[in-house]
Design a protein around this ligand. Structure first.
Ligand code: ADP
Ligand code: GN1
Ligand code: MG
Length: 380
């Protein structure tokens, strides 16, 4: 919510919540989670003596300029996955459930024109910022491979591109160059090393998107924001339960998702870490992650996709370094930040990860060759 005082915020939230088709008495509604983009809240209701929780999000309209299209995509995707989970006992913990408004729409518009949506809260689940073991990394990889697999046959109209050019390295660089030239925040002088690193890597970073444009790798429905924190794990069993944060599900390449997983899972420190002494690429987590992902994605991956696995990790790490630094140079308008240098710190952690990937490149390529199954002619 915008610059309104806390009580007004609470009042606005309650008016919005009243308009969803949720029964019972509202007990509380509080901010929740660590997402960088939307405003997320969790509410607790007493429904005939049983306590139930829901998630509510005000969609960030500076980022998603067509929220109606975002919700259309999300409904199609969640309905399709739900169909695949027919007969699975805790289906509503394995796919997000959109709670409609009282008028049947999948959103509510507030008095300021804001767009709100609600989901059933997935209980007894947690997100995370760092993989705790290779076993966990494997489960995370498997969950994203499964997610892509579930959506492979969605059919119908092409999904909306909710952020056009989201992972387009070339337009991201254009914006970076503009930010550098303007230097509106006056911060460029203090991050010359990071700027130079990104400039040196500009051409290589475009390999993934160019492969997609040239048709070397196929277009697929992908999630586009598969950092670890967007996958909920079962608190009790540790199983990767549900891929959430579906605003960016749209056509892209499978490697955007695998690359973002490599960036956030096969790493020794999280993107927010300021002490980079222990930073680096973790080959054991990488092996487990990729093996878990392949176990689900082998039915569709092509040789050209296998060949770009390591490059996908490097490229997605680079695009995040670039976006964090661009936001820093532009004055921190995009990502939620907790401290003045937060975006610069994030850029630094990503660059440290790329340097470490580069120093272990051959070994990582060898791992992929060992794990990639002999690809059948249908996939090739
Ligand atoms: P953002 O786009 O801002 O990252 P997310 O959709 O990722 O927003 O939601 C922010 C956080 O809220 C998630 O990381 C997760 O911890 C929590 N969350 C979102 N939806 C649910 C849900 N249905 N059940 C439980 N937790 C949720
Ligand atoms: C944002 O929404 P969230 O916090 O899950 C961003 C991703 C970045 C990520 C970095 C729509 O993800 O692209 O990788 O921050 N999402 C959007 O933490 O820009
Ligand atoms: Mg998120």
């Amino acid at each position: 919510m915008t610059d309104v005082e806390p009580n007004a915020k609470q009042r606005l939230l309650r008016t919005v919540l009243d308009r969803f088709a949720i029964y019972g008495d509202l007990e509380s509604a509080v901010p929740f989670g660590k997402g960088h983009i939307n405003d997320t809240f969790v509410s607790t209701w007493n429904q005939g003596g049983t306590r139930l929780r829901y998630t509510h999000q005000r969609i960030n309209e500076r980022v998603f300029t067509r929220p109606g299209e975002v919700m259309e995509n999300i409904l199609r995707v969640t309905n399709h996955i739900r169909g695949k989970l027919e007969g699975v006992g805790d289906r509503s913990r394995r796919v997000l459930t959109v709670v409609p408004a009282a008028d049947g729409k999948p959103f509510v518009r507030d008095a300021e024109g804001g767009w709100w949506r609600s989901y059933c809260f997935i209980e007894n689940a947690r997100g995370g910022d760092l993989a705790s073991s290779p076993e966990e990394a494997a489960l995370l990889g498997k969950s994203v491979g499964r997610f892509q697999n579930q959506l492979a046959d969605i059919g119908g109209e092409r999904l909306f591109e909710t952020i056009p050019g989201f992972h387009n390295m070339e337009t991201r660089y254009t914006r970076f160059h503009e930010a550098l030239q303007k230097n509106g925040s006056g911060r460029a002088g203090g991050c010359r090393g990071e700027i130079d690193f990104l400039l040196e890597n500009e051409k290589r970073g475009g390999l993934l998107i160019r492969s997609l444009w040239e048709g070397t790798i196929p277009e697929r429905i992908c999630h586009d924001d598969t950092k670890m924190n967007n996958i909920l794990l079962d608190e009790t069993t540790g199983e990767a339960l549900c891929v959430i944060d579906l605003d960016t599900v749209m056509p892209g390449t499978s490697l955007f998702d695998l690359g973002d997983l490599i960036r956030s899972v096969a790493t020794r420190v999280g993107e927010d870490e300021q002490d980079l002494s222990g930073a680096g690429f973790d080959p054991a987590l990488f092996r487990a992650l990729v093996e878990g992902y392949f176990s689900e994605a082998r039915s569709f991956l092509t040789p050209a996709e296998y060949a770009l696995v390591c490059e996908s990790g490097r490229s997605m790490t680079q695009i995040m370094a670039l976006r964090f630094l661009t936001d820093y140079l532009e004055g921190d308008h995009y990502y939620h930040i907790d401290r003045p240098l937060h975006n610069l710190d994030r850029c630094r952690s990503q660059i440290a990860l790329i340097r470490s990937m580069d120093s272990q490149w051959e070994e990582a390529e060898k791992t992929v060759r060992e794990l990639a199954p002999a690809v059948t002619s249908e996939n090739g």
